[in-house]
Design a protein around this ligand. Structure first.
Ligand code: PLP
Length: 345
């Protein structure tokens, strides 16, 4: 088989959810946008519903509709982008709860679906999504009179506990929601780790469920094993790959491995990212191609059938470091060509 195998450990995701739930003061939701950070939103949410998660979050109504089909009736599915034009049918037919981000969205939702529940997203300083204080002041009474389920906001710097923006956003959110009688939510993974005063009634972890920083205690979730297609010996002075950017300095054994930038292994990894044969490490030699990697396996005792680029020895954040990015981007870029296998399904 020529495709890589992406193994996703649902038991580890469940353990990470329980660990974050133990650290959360109130209820713990789960963020499964971007197809569950590349891990499969339906599989992840179905498992977490079994663990006791009752509120899920996605980015768009389309993601919400697909998740409802996988989850069935019952759990709340909240949509961060709110109620966009032409979302009405999806929201109604799949029982989605939009997080209303503006007075325009509020008017659209209340007139199109007067009895349908909704949340409100407030901007407490990030200036990305959510109602500004003045918008909220103007619409609050009307929105609180309807089937409002949640008032939320999002922290911009929660992965850096020392940043003063965190306390400022906390203060702003506390002021804006004073006297609100429905559940309040401010924190994603980073905010959970900032401490109880950031938790309010509901937390919304995403990356921590999938084994990524800033949840340093997370169990690893993904393993990505790539088949070796061919090996060859390269003499000193010969080059490897596009542009000849790797030149052998010694007699070198090169393994050509099936996966490339079309599978989310971005070109910035060229010549620097590492792969593993069990615990033995080897380095990319040359540029990442669309479908192929070339790896220096000279120091391995024998030729492996496969090499791991994600696994127990190298998680998403270590690989991200080699590529100049973050674990979130590594996970959400994992391509559709991999064969996905689930542990604990
Ligand atoms: C993505 C997102 C989350 C989850 O964040 P993590 O850092 O992955 O835990 C929570 N809330 C909002 C509004 C988001 O956009």
């Amino acid at each position: 088989m020529g495709t890589g195998i992406l193994t996703i450990d649902l038991d580890a995701i469940a353990a990470n959810w329980r660990a974050l739930d133990r650290r959360s003061q109130g209820e713990t939701g789960a963020v499964v946008k971007a197809d569950g950070y590349g891990c499969g939103a339906g599989k992840v949410a179905t498992r977490l519903a079994r663990e006791g998660a009752r509120r899920f979050f996605v980015a768009t109504a389309e993601e919400g509709a697909a998740l409802r089909d996988a989850l069935g009736a019952g759990p709340e599915i909240n949509v961060f982008s709110g109620h966009m034009a032409r979302d009405t049918g999806l929201i109604r037919d799949h029982a989605l709860t939009p997080m209303l981000n503006s007075p325009e969205q509020a008017a659209r939702h209340r007139s199109a679906l007067p009895d349908a529940p909704y949340g409100v997203q407030l901007d407490s300083g990030m200036n990305r999504l959510g109602m500004e204080p003045a918008d909220w002041a103007a619409t609050r009474a009307g929105l609180e009179a309807g089937p409002l389920t949640l008032v939320m906001s999002h922290l911009a710097c929660a992965d850096e506990p020392g940043r003063p923006e965190n306390a400022r956003q906390l203060k702003k959110f506390t002021e804006m929601t004073a006297g609100v009688s429905v559940p309040r939510s401010l924190s994603a993974t980073g905010g959970i780790l900032l401490g109880a005063e950031y938790h309010f009634d509901l937390t919304r972890p995403g990356i921590g469920l999938y084994g990524g920083l800033p949840f340093a205690d997370a169990q690893p979730v993904v393993r990505l094993s790539l088949p070796v297609i061919q090996t060859r010996d390269v003499a000193p002075g010969e080059f490897v790959g596009y542009g000849g950017s790797f030149v052998a300095k010694r007699p070198t054994r090169i393994a050509t491995v099936s996966a490339g930038y079309a599978d989310g292994l971005i070109r910035y990894m060229s010549n620097v990212a590492q792969l593993y044969d069990d615990e033995r490490v080897c380095s990319l030699a040359g540029r990442v191609s669309m479908d192929l990697l070339t790896v220096d396996i000279t120091d391995l005792p024998d030729t492996p059938d496969q090499l791991d680029i994600l696994g127990p020895h190298q998680g998403v954040d270590l690989l991200a470091e080699a590529a100049g990015t973050i674990g979130y981007e590594i996970l959400t870029s994992l391509g559709p060509r991999y064969q996905r296998r689930y542990l604990g399904a």
